[in-house]
Design a binder for this molecule. Structure first.
Ligand code: ATP
Length: 368
C-alpha cells in the first residue's frame, strides 16, 4: 500500500473541548481510514456533535490535535478545510433551482460553466434526482431535499463529508430507505463519511466503524459486529441492542460463577474478580442444547411478529429471550411455563461490573 493510502483521512489526538466548566469532549483519539464510513454514536449530550464541529472547524478544540490527512488543521477556518458538512436542516437556497443549489460551490471555486453543468448532472443522477434540476426546493419532498443537500456537499469532492444527524427530520420509513441510499452513495463516490447519530440501528446499517461515545469519551470503537458481539462495557452492551447482564465472579480460565453457584463458560478476556456476564436475547434457546444453562419460569410474553419476547425469571435474575417464530403456527411457552434456557460460550461476554450503576442511573437497566 502506498504512503498516501495509509494516512487516515481524519486523525484526532487527545482532543478536549470545554464550554466554561462543561467538558463536552474529554480526550478523544481516533483515526478514520480513507474512504470509510465512520459513525459517532451516543446518547444526547455525549459530545458527538461537538467532536464533528471541531473536525469541520466550527468549534475550536480546547486542547489536542486534529489532522485531515497529514495536515494539522487546528486554527484553520471551516472554508480552508477540505471537508463539507450536511446538517439536519438542509439549508438549501429557497430561491434557487436544484441545479443552482448543487452548482453553488463549483461556481465559487471558479469551475467553468460547462464542466460545472456536467458535474451537477452526474451528481444528481447519483442521488436519484435526474430530471428535477429545475425544481425549487419547496417543490421537493423532505427526502429529496436531503438528497440535494447531499449532492451539494459532495459535488466539490471534499476529502471528508461530515453528516450531523442528516436523516433526523425524516419519517421512519424514509429514514430507513435513505440509510441504504447513503451507504450506496458513499460506496460509489468513495469519499470518507463521518456521521453523527444517536440511533444505533442507523449507525450499524451504514458504518464500517462506529465510535460509541458516552460522557465526552469513546467507550469502544469497532465494527458493528465487534461492538454487538463483544461489547467491552455495560454501556455499549445496553446501547447497541438488548443485553442480559448477570452478576458473577471469574472462577477460572473461561469460567464465571454466578450468585447461586451455577457456572457459565465465557470469553473472559483475561479479566479477573467480579464481572457482569452478558448474553443477547436472540442467542438464548429454549432447549437444553447449549453449554451454558439456566432454568426459570416465564414471567412475561409478548408476540412481536418475527419473535416472541419472553421474560424468564431465574434464581440469578430475569433474562429476556427472543424465541424466533420460525415455524408457521409455532407457539412459544406461555406465562408460568418452566423452561430451560441455553446458549453457547461464544455468545457470552463479560464486562466490568463497575459501570452497571451508570446504566441504572440513566434508567436503561435492562433485563436484570
Ligand atoms: P445531541 O445529540 O443532543 O446533539 P451531542 O452528543 O451531539 O448531543 P453535544 O452537542 O456535542 O452533544 O454537547 C455535549 C455537551 O456540551 C452537552 O452537555 C452540551 O450541553 C454542551 N455544549 C455543547 N455546545 C455548547 C455550547 N456552545 N456552550 C455550552 N455548552 C455546550
Amino acid at each position: 500500500m502506498s504512503e498516501a493510502t495509509t494516512v487516515p483521512d481524519v486523525r484526532l489526538e487527545e482532543v478536549v473541548k470545554e464550554f466554561g466548566d462543561v467538558r463536552a469532549v474529554d480526550g478523544i483519539s481516533l483515526e478514520v481510514p480513507r474512504g470509510s464510513f465512520f459513525a459517532l454514536l451516543g446518547p444526547s449530550g455525549c459530545g458527538k456533535t461537538t467532536t464533528l464541529r471541531m473536525i469541520g472547524g466550527f468549534e475550536e478544540a480546547t486542547s489536542g490535535r486534529i489532522f485531515l490527512g497529514d495536515r494539522d488543521v487546528v486554527g484553520l477556518p471551516p472554508y480552508k478545510r477540505d471537508v463539507n458538512t450536511v446538517f439536519q436542516s438542509y439549508a438549501l437556497f429557497p430561491h434557487m433551482t436544484v441545479a443552482d443549489n448543487v452548482a453553488f460551490g463549483l461556481h465559487r471555486k471558479g469551475i467553468a460553466k460547462g464542466e460545472a453543468r456536467s458535474r451537477v448532472a452526474e451528481i444528481l443522477e447519483l442521488v436519484d434526482l435526474g430530471g428535477r434540476e429545475n425544481r425549487k426546493p419547496r417543490q421537493l419532498s423532505g427526502g429529496q431535499q436531503q438528497r440535494v443537500a447531499l449532492a451539494r456537499a459532495i459535488v466539490c469532492n471534499p476529502r471528508v463529508l461530515l453528516l450531523d444527524e442528516p436523516l433526523g427530520a425524516l419519517d421512519l420509513k424514509l429514514r430507513k430507505q435513505m440509510q441504504l441510499e447513503l451507504k450506496r452513495i458513499q460506496n460509489e463516490v468513495g469519499i470518507t463519511f463521518v456521521h453523527v447519530t444517536h440511533d444505533q440501528e442507523e449507525a450499524m446499517t451504514m458504518a464500517d466503524t462506529i465510535a460509541v461515545m458516552n460522557n465526552g469519551r469513546i467507550e469502544q470503537l469497532g465494527t458493528p459486529a465487534e461492538l454487538y458481539e463483544r461489547p467491552r462495557t455495560a454501556f455499549v452492551a445496553g446501547f447497541l441492542g438488548k443485553s442480559n447482564l448477570l452478576d458473577g465472579t471469574i472462577a477460572g480460565d473461561g469460567l464465571v460463577r454466578l450468585a447461586d453457584g451455577s457456572e457459565l463458560r465465557v470469553h473472559t478476556n483475561g479479566t479477573s474478580g467480579p464481572v457482569s456476564v452478558g448474553v443477547r436475547p436472540e442467542k438464548i434457546s429454549l432447549a437444553n442444547g447449549g453449554v451454558n444453562r439456566l432454568t426459570g419460569r416465564v414471567k412475561e410474553s409478548a408476540y412481536i411478529g418475527v419473535a416472541t419476547e419472553l421474560v424468564v425469571a431465574t434464581t440469578v435474575g430475569e433474562l429476556t429471550v427472543f424465541h424466533q417464530n420460525v415455524e408457521a403456527g409455532g407457539v412459544a411457552p406461555g406465562i408460568g411455563s418452566d423452561v430451560t434456557l441455553s446458549w453457547a460460550p461464544e455468545a457470552t461476554f463479560v464486562v466490568d461490573p463497575g459501570d452497571r450503576a451508570d446504566r441504572a442511573d440513566r434508567g436503561e437497566e435492562q433485563a436484570i
